[in-house]
Design a protein around this ligand. Structure first.
Ligand SMILES: [Zn+2]
Length: 88
């Protein structure tokens, strides 16, 4: 019996993870960014897994900027990393 959970792709390593193993970043309709811990916020989302390797790469390559095709503030990158660390 394999229960299937919704899966999303990490924008850094391009692997599929269950949603709870990812951190979501949302760009809302008024073009502000935030780290969505509830998974319920509206807007366009991008997912990053919780591997520290991915977070290092994410910052280095500014992968969020590419995912959203615009400039994502540094605070978001920092918040993401913090969220990832506190959840481990
Ligand atoms: Zn990843």
């Amino acid at each position: 019996m394999n229960k299937t959970y919704p899966q999303r792709m990490c924008i850094v390593c391009h692997q599929m993870f269950e949603k709870r193993d990812l951190v979501r970043v949302v760009k809302s309709n008024d073009s502000t960014f935030c780290v969505d811990t509830t998974g319920k916020m509206g807007g366009r989302g991008a997912y990053v897994c919780k591997n520290s390797e991915c977070h290092q790469k994410l910052k280095k390559t500014k992968a969020l900027n590419k995912a959203f095709k615009c400039l994502v503030p540094n605070e978001i990158y920092e918040e993401l990393e913090k969220k990832c660390k506190t959840q481990n």
